[in-house]
Design a protein around this ligand. Structure first.
Ligand SMILES: *Cc1c(COP(=O)(O)O)cnc(C)c1O
Length: 409
């Protein structure tokens, strides 16, 4: 599959031989931004993605945005209007979500190792904690007393199962995330004893999954686990966060997730939940599925070299801005993201070339021997599928080159 025909590319129409983002041609956008490299996120694509999910998911399921995927304040602000809740993973992310106007009641805070300051921030704000350890639960008690309001707590469960064939496993077996299923009854008793406000369970077992069967199986198991554990709960189970894990196609041969299949299945889960957990409110939390396909990373070719017959396009961006596209953010075997020369779309002359950044390491590789339009210095390279885990998931300071900027168009 050539990158130009990658499903990701279709979301960004080609006008006059250029990729457009938010209706703006790439060269014009580069001038508007004032520099390369940059990330550009498309507002209409975010809206369309949320609308698509809403049309397929059961109405009663709450859709949350896991903002670590893309914490740009303007993006979070848009999501605050579009989705039902925001999941944060640090005190600083919580501030951005609150600034974005999200109702604190609909903000939840997960992640191991929450500091005393973060716990106090969250209690003061009135957000929901997904507790990851007994230490967190115990630490919330004196804070609640001091502030005169009980902390809202859900227990993040490390289940006995994992999300099969996930890009990244985050549950099952020994893990730093959540409280082991076997220990949860003890944690629930402690929440009751300390007088915290118990709200439910959070069961997130993995991420970047393209197989509906695997996602559905994990959701069935998560719900069953919540039902089983509810017998030990100090109060009614009001929310069960079933996780998410919806993946997007990055690499050649990967197919889009069959969202309709997941939606149909979730309708069954909603029914099953009604019988056993009548007060419950089901949540799914998505990061990359909401934002990953709405963003591109753009950098400019500085130099073109031929080394022993192979072409290298040296660009002004690279691994330091986009670690994931370089293959160094969790991939086991490096594969190419969809990459094009964005101002030479539909060019008749193609050339096999590698796109490399300016860092002094062979890891700084954005495209490895891809079929690209024949390009020269000054041309703009576009990396699709870059809306999630890009800018803030990359080691900016490495080699002290200028940072990329982000725009939301
Ligand atoms: C990172 C994370 C997510 C989002 O994962 P995506 O693959 O971006 O959808 C959701 N929930 C939790 C708890 C996370 O840590």
């Amino acid at each position: 599959m050539s990158a130009a025909r990658h499903p990701a590319a279709q979301a960004f129409p080609i006008v006059g031989g250029e990729v457009t983002v938010g209706g703006i041609g790439l060269s014009t956008l580069a001038v508007r931004v004032g520099q390369t490299p940059f990330y550009a996120y498309d507002r209409q694509l975010l809206k369309a993605r949320v609308a698509q999910l809403r049309s397929v998911l059961p109405k009663s399921i709450s859709l949350h945005y896991a903002m670590k995927a893309n914490p740009m304040p303007a993006v979070v602000g848009e999501f605050a209007r579009l989705v039902d809740g925001i999941d944060v993973a640090s005190g600083a992310e919580m501030r951005v979500a609150l600034d974005a106007g999200m109702d604190p009641h609909e903000i939840s805070f997960a992640g191991p190792g929450k500091s005393e300051v973060e716990l106090a921030q969250g209690v003061a704000a009135g957000i929901l904690f997904n507790a990851e350890s007994m230490r967190e639960i115990r630490a919330l008690a004196p804070i609640s007393q001091r502030l005169g309001r009980p902390a809202r707590v859900a227990v993040r469960v490390n289940p006995g199962f994992e999300l099969k064939l996930s890009g990244m496993k985050m549950g099952g077996g020994p893990k730093q995330f959540g409280i082991d299923e076997e220990v949860v009854p003890e944690a629930l008793a402690e929440i009751g004893r300390l007088g915290l406000q118990f709200e439910g369970f959070h069961i997130f077992s993995g991420s970047q999954n393209l197989r509906p069967e695997a996602i559905c199986e994990a959701q069935v198991k998560a719900l069953q686990l919540a039902i089983d554990l509810s017998r030990h709960a100090p109060g009614p189970v009001r929310t069960v966060n079933l996780g998410g894990g919806f993946g997007i196609p990055y690499f050649p041969g990967e197919k889009r997730l069959d969202l309709a299949a997941v939606g149909e299945h979730l309708a069954g889960i909603v029914q099953a939940a009604k019988t056993d957990l009548p007060d419950v409110h089901l949540v799914i939390e998505l990061g990359r599925y909401l934002v990953g396909e709405a963003g591109v990373y753009v950098c400019r070719i500085l130099d073109k070299k031929v080394s022993r017959g192979e072409v290298f396009l040296v660009v002004d961006g690279g691994l330091h801005h986009h670690l994931a596209a370089s293959g160094n953010f969790g991939q086991v075997i490096r594969k190419n993201y969809p990459v094009v020369v964005g101002n030479r779309m539909g060019a008749s002359r193609l050339e096999k070339a590698s796109v490399v950044g300016p860092l002094c390491t062979p890891l700084d590789l954005l495209a490895d021997r891809m079929e690209l339009a024949e390009a020269s210095p000054g041309d703009l390279v576009v990396v699709f599928q870059s809306g999630a885990y890009g800018q803030t998931a990359s080691p900016h300071a490495f080699l002290s080159h200028p940072s990329a900027v982000e725009v939301f168009v």
